[in-house]
Design a protein. Structure first.
Lengths: 482, 449
């Protein structure tokens, strides 16, 4: 396949008017298991293989992809990508330029202790179905469910500039949830997080570390407690976010608005824009002086970790917010050039062989402060501790957000108190981050991620990482979701 | 596209080879050309062919599945063997009664090829020029697609369909405002793009110099695109048997009880297509999609089923197994929701509002706050306009709303007589047919920009 792709790319690159071209072939393997109560509801193994060409012709892009990989198919895709680019060039007046990047060569492979696709199927079913069945038989349980997902993708990327890199990335997720009901009240508890569950770039060891069997008593107890807990009171107070919720807060209110294409107005047709406009870079006070947010693709185990992005830019670290000031963007080579940034942040990623690479998050993380979560609680006279996430919503420029969480605890006089149900909080991004007055230390730092971040048209579902320690925010508007 | 005869004969070969007590093959293929644009420039133009075949097998009542995009006999054979490995490790599924039986007709809808790249680009160029004349910039996308769906199983089901679909979506932006318009059709050439452009530009121009309104309750006229966002979340959180069986649907405990306004009727109805919107008439198990009354004149009536959820409730499948490629649904999916039409025009509804808001569309609605009470939140976007004295005035800065849709839809004052198909953003195979709707006292809870 390498030779086929390379030959077609060479022919494409020699065409008159072609400024740049790249070719990718991706072999993809997935496994998805859903257990519900005492049954396996769905268990699927999936394989996919395909290739694509992207070409910049007289400053306009074209892209074509197809699953077949015979010589005639590869040639047809290259030809089609050029046709698309030519059609675009006939309309566009301003040519695209790419910021420079040295050609890359090499390989990257996720360190995996236990190959998830080699672990016996029976064991995977047993490991998940056991705790789910246990939960399903307990008092007032309406339903219990568990999920396991693994994906391994092998990508070969060749570019007309001489880049030739191969990557094999393995990542997965797993989580369990229980829904309880009594007297018309319905509540849920999950571990470690709803939706995707715990996520990591790793092998089956990731799922084993989640210790579902050790969590079932706590989950059931807390779910029952939520049935009769008082609603989270509305009003302004001090808010402590656990890492699972803070990760999504970072995702929505820092990750997305620092995407260079959004700032340039190029994502308006689906995901929206950004309040972090180009002329605010280096000037806007985004958060308090203790807030430092960084994009990187180097952190071990992150969903945004790799050797190179999907246009061959090597993994690197880019500060986004330094001491509260907005300083950087997530960029591709194209958006970096448009924003007047010297080098790409290496954040140009594609969901699969069938999608064009676009600006995506990598690992966007909050730098830790000092102390433990318990220190943070002990230092809080009156407030609320919340997490994990239950619902999320933010406006089209990423300013006005609202998050609902599964559970909250009252914090009074430095102690964690009673459970509160249906908590939610809302705010405006820079005001919220400006109210951050304490961040716990490295010992509390945890790398989370989002497996289903949607963006683009056609839709692309991307996996991205977020690390953080618990943090405290003052004067946050809270409410109850009812 | 492969074509029905070629696909089904290939699948017959796999079914004849056997390897499990029962086998089902479900297929989705799509060819799509997309032109995205922003700042009056084409930004992402793509031509993509994709396909996937899912093989499900049953060993007695134990189920397994495997997927591939390689349709060669060897690859499909490997897929069967992999599905058998998965099934062998599963306990018996208590709700499995066998894959659906024969009786599904083979249906072929007229297919339309995708628009060529230069055709799409050429259509967009004059829109950019016109927007410049307005002093506005355009963002959006134009796509056309052909979808091919097929299902075959060892109980004799044979189903195949081809469908064309196209969409043009425009956001016109000025210095401090934006406006939105979109259209969905079977063929890109039939979309009146000049009219859409004028609507989007008119919205953006009317919204200039937007004022801030304090949060509170306002009567709202929801245009079809706005209503479709709410309907979409009702589909995910309430109208599927999974939501009901989990106790998370607002329909639970309310079946047969007057709950919403008598003006509100909604069904999942893939038989209600027209020239702009022709749904695939069977689901990914090959079962014909039946019209399912979900709420009839304010009274909850039921939810949609696939074969497993139906067996659990002791009823027949309604033909709503989730389409292949739908990662959002864990069970049956209500992907062809149709809201009943009323007898008012949009202008009549606006004229009846003393002080309220005309909502072009919503953004980032989320229905997971408290699904049993249909609590949702969301924001306005791309054209929030003040209505005073029955007339549309200037723009209003975007607002957040948070409320129970149960309560809101008990306050429907009028429903539009004209309806529009609005495609779902999460699936290329579904669209929601919605009218405009006038709802009293919509609860806005926060301000945006």
């Amino acid at each position: 396949m390498r030779d086929l792709l390379s030959d077609a790319l060479n022919r494409l690159s020699r065409q008159d008017g072609v400024d740049y071209a790249d070719a990718r072939v991706v072999d993809d393997e997935r496994e998805s298991l859903l257990c519900k109560d005492t049954r396996v509801e769905r268990h699927t193994r999936a394989q996919s293989r395909g290739h694509c060409f992207r070409v910049l012709y007289r400053g306009a892009w074209g892209f074509a992809a197809r699953p077949d990989c015979a010589p005639a198919d590869v040639e047809a895709s290259a030809r089609r990508a050029l046709e698309v680019a030519r059609a675009s060039a006939a309309v566009n007046r301003t040519p695209v330029r790419l910021c420079p990047e040295e050609p890359q060569r090499g390989t990257y492979r996720t360190p995996v202790l236990a190959d998830p696709f080699a672990v016996p199927t029976e064991r995977k079913v047993r490991d998940l179905l056991g705790p789910v069945s246990d939960l399903s038989r307990r008092a007032h349980v309406r339903t219990a469910e568990g999920r396991l997902f693994f994906r391994r993708s092998h990508t070969l990327l060749l570019t007309s500039e001489g880049t030739d890199v191969e990557q094999t990335i393995t990542h997965g997720s797993s989580g369990i949830k229980v829904i309880v009901e009594r007297a018309g009240e319905v509540q849920q508890r999950c571990h470690p997080m709803d939706h995707d569950g715990g996520v990591a770039q790793a092998g089956y060891e990731m799922a084993e570390a989640l210790d579902f069997a050790g969590q079932t008593d706590r989950l059931h107890d807390e779910a029952l407690a939520l049935l009769t807990a008082p609603p989270c009171p509305a009003g302004e107070t001090t808010l402590i976010l656990d890492t699972s919720q803070l990760a999504l807060q970072i995702h929505e209110s820092c990750g997305h608005p620092t995407e260079g294409d959004r700032a340039l107005g190029e994502e308006l047709s689906l995901a929206g824009g950004s309040f972090l406009l180009p002329d605010l870079r280096g000037k806007l006070q985004y958060g308090s002086p203790i807030v430092n947010l960084t994009a990187d693709s180097l952190t071990s185990g992150g969903l945004g970790t790799f050797g190179w992005d999907d246009e061959g830019v090597p993994a690197r670290r880019t500060p986004l917010v330094v001491e509260g000031r907005f300083v950087g963007y997530l960029t591709s080579r194209e958006t970096a050039a448009k924003l007047g940034i010297e080098r790409s942040a290496g954040a140009c990623r594609a969901e699969s062989w069938a999608r064009v690479p676009i600006v995506r998050m990598i690992n966007v993380s909050l730098e830790p402060g000092a102390g433990s979560l318990e220190d943070l609680i002990a230092d809080t006279e009156d407030g609320v501790l919340m997490g994990p996430n239950k619902s999320w919503s933010i406006d089209d420029v990423r300013l006005n957000f609202q998050f609902g969480c599964e559970i909250a605890w009252e914090v009074k006089h430095g102690r964690r108190g009673r459970i509160l149900r249906n908590p939610l909080y809302t705010g405006i991004t820079p005001e919220f981050w400006g109210s951050c007055d304490r961040i716990a230390g490295p010992e509390e730092f945890r790398l989370w991620g989002v497996l289903h971040c949607g963006k683009g048209d056609p839709m692309q579902i991307m996996h991205v990482g977020h690390g953080c320690s618990p943090a405290r925010f003052r004067n946050v508007k809270l409410g109850a979701a009812r | 596209m492969t074509g029905g005869d070629a696909l089904l004969s290939r699948f017959d070969h796999v079914l004849r080879a056997g390897g499990a007590d029962e086998i089902e093959i479900s297929f989705l293929g799509q060819e799509r050309g997309t032109s995205r644009f922003a700042n009056n420039v084409l930004t992402q133009c793509t031509e993509v062919a994709e396909r996937t075949a899912r093989v499900r097998v049953a060993l007695g009542k134990r189920l397994g599945a495997a997927q591939t995009d390689d349709l060669s006999p060897d690859a499909l054979g490997r897929c069967v063997r992999r599905a058998v490995e998965v099934a062998a490790a599963a306990p018996e599924h208590p709700d499995f009664r066998g894959f659906p039986s024969a009786g599904t007709p083979v249906v072929d809808l007229p297919a339309i090829s995708t628009a060529a790249p230069d055709d799409r680009a050429g259509r967009l160029a004059p829109l950019f020029d016109r927007a410049r004349d307005h002093g506005l910039t355009l963002a959006g996308s134009s796509w056309s697609m052909v979808s091919e769906v097929a299902v075959a199983n060892s109980r004799g089901v044979r189903a195949h369909a081809l469908r064309g679909g196209a969409k043009l979506e425009i956001i016109a932006s000025g210095p401090d405002s934006s406006g939105y318009a979109s259209a969905f059709a079977a063929d890109l050439a039939t979309i009146d793009q000049a009219s859409l452009l004028e609507i989007a530009c008119d919205k953006a121009e009317r919204a200039r110099g937007a004022v801030s309104l304090p949060p509170g309750e306002y009567d709202v006229v929801l245009e079809p695109a706005a209503l479709s966002e709410v309907v979409e979340w009702l589909g995910l959180t309430a109208f599927s048997a999974k939501a009901a069986q989990d106790g998370m649907s607002f329909l639970c405990g309310r079946i047969g009880q007057p709950t919403l306004s008598e003006s509100f009727t909604i069904a999942d109805d893939a038989t209600a297509g027209d020239a702009t919107h022709a749904p695939i008439p069977f689901d990914s198990e090959g079962v014909p999609k039946h019209r399912v009354e979900l709420v009839d004149r304010g009274v909850p009536r039921g939810w949609v089923h696939d074969s497993l959820s139906a067996a659990r409730d002791g009823v027949q499948s309604t033909g709503h197994a989730a389409p292949l490629g739908d990662d959002m649904s864990d069970g049956p999916a209500a992907a062809d929701l149709v809201v009943g039409a009323g007898d008012h025009s949009l202008d009549e509804m606006v004229a009846s509002v003393d002080r309220g808001l005309l909502v072009t569309r919503f953004h980032y609605v989320n229905g997971l706050l408290d699904p049993p009470r249909a609590m949702m939140t969301g924001l306005t976007r791309d054209g929030l306009l003040l209505i005073e004295g029955g007339k549309v005035r200037g723009g209003v800065r975007n607002l957040r709303w948070t409320q129970s849709i149960l309560e809101a839809f008990a306050r429907i004052r009028a429903v539009g007589r004209e309806r529009r198909a609005v495609p779902t953003w999460w699936s290329n195979l579904g669209a929601f047919v919605c009218p405009a709707m006038l709802v009293e006292r919509w609860k806005f809870t926060g301000q945006s920009r």
